[in-house]
Design a protein around this ligand. Structure first.
Ligand code: SAM
Length: 282
């Protein structure tokens, strides 16, 4: 018996008119829709008069749900996977299910639709020819710091997702690791009534949100590291720093100034300065 197909269906990120004809047709045709949140998707289905049955599917209930979905697919039925908004798998559930379907020889077919990352990137005005999608930064301190440090030297445009209540902290964290300032675009409430693009720099964004509460959904588009070849050797940074400190500059100010020219972050330089001071004391 022929196997069914798993369709990965993109759905609107705010504006229902972004639903594609093909998405509607596929959601009507499949035997079952695996949805991140059946109540949320229920509203979408109702709007488009689709009465296909749904089942809840999230990575957390994968172990329970996947066997059921696999058995339907193996019995020749088609299944569509949708998330609350945008493309499934992009910071949304689906990865283990897709992996298992591929392993089982089941066809996995994308039905492309809107995604906040690409909508934000293309209208940002920043380079779209080479970019990296980072999704949400990890919350655990160590992993987060490692990821941020890697991003500091990233030459490609970086796309990040962030929740409004964490936006300020994330901007601050980025600022401590990147050398100098960087172009930054905040794409807010894409495709919705209050869609907004704030274009400026990382430091400017921090100042912008110092006095107002970030509200709505955000994508951050960070310009890549402009001169990765100009990262100074650690010894050269140490010498330049030692000179500034000898001239009486504070470590905080010297680190900030050097970060503009040596291709290293303020935090890295500050740490070198602390080492210098300890060595000097010893
Ligand atoms: N899979 C989705 C996609 O393809 O864009 C992303 C899902 S992820 C759980 C949700 C995050 O995407 C939000 O926190 C926000 O960063 C971003 N996002 C989703 N819709 C958005 C919108 N309309 N405007 C701006 N950002 C949005």
């Amino acid at each position: 018996m022929a196997l069914g197909t798993l369709y990965l269906v993109g759905t609107p990120i705010g504006n229902l008119e972004d639903m594609t004809f093909r998405a509607i047709a596929v959601l009507q045709r499949v035997a079952l829709i695996a949805a991140e949140d059946t109540r949320h998707t229920g509203k979408l289905l109702q709007h488009f008069q689709i009465d296909t049955p749904q089942i809840s599917y999230r990575d957390e209930n994968h172990r329970v749900c996947a066997p059921l979905l696999l058995s339907r697919l193996q019995a020749g039925q088609d299944v569509a996977l949708v998330s609350d908004a945008g493309m499934p798998l992009l910071s949304d559930p689906g990865e283990p299910l897709v992996a298992e379907c591929i392993a089982a020889g089941i066809a996995v077919v994308p039905v492309p639709g809107p995604t906040a990352a690409i909508a934000a990137l293309v209208a940002s005005g920043l380079a779209g020819d080479r970019f990296v999608f980072e999704g949400f930064l990890p919350l655990k301190a160590k992993v987060r710091e490692a990821r941020l440090t890697a991003l500091a030297r990233e030459e490609r445009t970086v796309i990040l997702y962030e929740a409004p209540h964490r936006l300020r902290q994330t901007l601050q964290d980025l600022q401590t690791v990147v050398a100098g300032d960087r172009p930054l675009v905040l794409a807010r409430e894409l495709t919705k009534r209050y869609e907004e693009f704030w274009r400026g720099t990382l430091a400017g964004a921090i100042a912008h949100y110092a006095h107002q509460e970030p509200k709505g959904e955000f994508v951050l588009i960070l310009g890549g590291h402009p001169h990765p070849q100009e990262v100074w050797e650690e010894e050269a940074v140490r010498l330049a720093l030692a000179r500034l400190l000898q001239e009486g500059q504070s470590l905080a100010i010297a680190s900030r100034e050097l970060a503009l020219t040596v291709g290293r972050s303020r935090r890295e330089i500050y740490q070198l300065g602390l080492q210098l001071q300890t060595d000097g004391d010893g």
